[in-house]
Design a protein around this ligand. Structure first.
Ligand SMILES: Cc1ncc(COP(=O)(O)O)c(C=O)c1O
Length: 377
């Protein structure tokens, strides 16, 4: 049997990884500043993470949500603490799309309404509701198309206010990334997020903060939306949560009431996934990784802004977008092929830097030197 061929892959077989370094089968070393789409939060094969997962696996890897799973409560407690949202509750699932799917579903149950506001260039995942709220028609199958999702321009307070004036009583939720990732590292403005909060309050809609990529401490704040100084009703998360072990979740404000069967999953919240997430939070706290993301991220952003050829540097902390002119469109490819550095991209010409939160200045400098070399070449 062959694989269903949906991914354009780099012909590199990574066989070993440590921290922000990975090695292929020939022993070539690569610097990983992408973490497989922003997933690696505490570094590859972190010893505490590996030990925690091994220990858990020796005890029990999985049982379904039909029995007590105390490690779920431990995870919720730690997550509440590190995110500062101790009064929120946690629903666990397996991926970012699933987290958004559940957030949107919860909003609809809660309000009894159907309409969702999403924004231009948004990416919320590939399951039915999540993809319907994603601004990329090429990945929306006919069966996912719905009039229930209305797309508005990003950061346009006037358009948002008008939409609420026109059909605010029908709006179940507004879903927004604090910093758009796939859309090219574009930050929601503070006043836009405040407007979302206030319109949702006025019209009884739910503010969903998609933190799947921009959350989990990456930007120097646990949830990047919280820079606006207002709280969302639901935060969705996934990527950095398990450092590569599949896990997602939604943090839910106290006003939402749970009832049996309202949401559910077979695999979500299993022992092994929770052990991975607990190990990640242990390391984030012990090693002060949120502060590190802010410090090293600020350093990188400041240094990148000094390159004349760079059109724009966007983002916060360790979620950075470098916009290059068309004639430098080969830089990302060459960083990998020549300098052996993994980065990400956003169309048309944005390099995305999404490294582990524990990179140090030395790794940042290694990237900056290589980047300068590429720009000069
Ligand atoms: C902002 C955002 N939301 C949701 C998702 C979907 O996450 P997953 O691929 O885990 O389903 C992604 C993935 O890139 C994302 O960047």
């Amino acid at each position: 049997m062959e694989l269903f061929n949906v991914y354009p892959v780099n012909p590199i077989n990574i066989v070993k990884a440590k921290g922000s370094l990975v090695w292929d089968e020939q022993g070539t070393e690569y610097l990983d500043l992408y973490g497989g789409h922003a997933v690696i939060s505490i570094g590859h094969t972190h010893p505490h993470y590996v030990e925690t997962l091994k220990n858990q696996l020796d005890k029990i890897g999985f049982y379904s949500n039909s029995v007590l799973i105390p490690i779920q409560q431990q995870l919720a407690r730690q997550l509440g603490e590190v995110s500062g949202k101790t009064d929120f509750t946690l629903f666990l699932c397996n991926s970012g799309a699933e987290a958004n799917e559940n957030a949107l579903k919860l909003a609809s149950f809660h309000t009894g309404r159907k309409k969702v506001i999403a924004f231009s260039k948004s990416f919320h995942g590939r399951t039915s509701l999540a993809v319907a709220a994603t601004d990329n028609p090429s990945i929306v199958a006919p069966i996912n198309q719905t009039d229930n999702v209305v797309f508005l321009p990003f950061n346009d307070e006037e358009a948002l206010t008008k939409a609420f004036q026109d059909f605010g009583e029908d709006i179940a939720a507004v879903i927004i990334e604090g910093i758009q990732g796939v859309g090219g590292i574009r930050e929601a403005s503070i006043s836009f997020l405040k407007t979302i909060r206030s319109l949702c309050d006025t019209y009884g809609a739910v503010y969903i903060a998609d933190s799947v990529q921009c959350g989990y401490g990456r930007t120097g704040s646990f949830y990047s939306h919280d820079y606006a100084g207002v709280e969302a009703d639901v935060y969705s998360m996934a990527k950095g949560m398990g450092n590569g072990f599949p896990i997602g979740g939604i943090a839910i404000a106290p006003k939402f009431k749970a009832s049996y069967g309202l949401l559910g999953t077979t695999f979500g919240g299993n022992h092994l996934a929770c052990a991975a997430a607990v190990a990640v939070l242990d390391v984030i706290k012990q090693d002060k990784l949120i502060e590190n993301a802010e410090n090293v991220g600020n350093y990188l952003i400041d240094e990148l802004k000094k390159f004349d050829k760079v059109l724009e540097v966007r983002g916060r902390g360790l979620m950075i977008g470098i916009e290059l002119p068309e004639e430098l469109s080969q830089v990302k490819k060459e960083l990998l092929s020549i300098n052996k550095i993994f980065t990400g991209e956003a169309k048309p010409n944005v390099i995305r830097i999404l490294p582990a939160l524990n990179i140090n200045k030395e790794i940042a400098d290694r990237f900056l030197t290589a980047f300068e070399e590429r720009l000069k070449a």
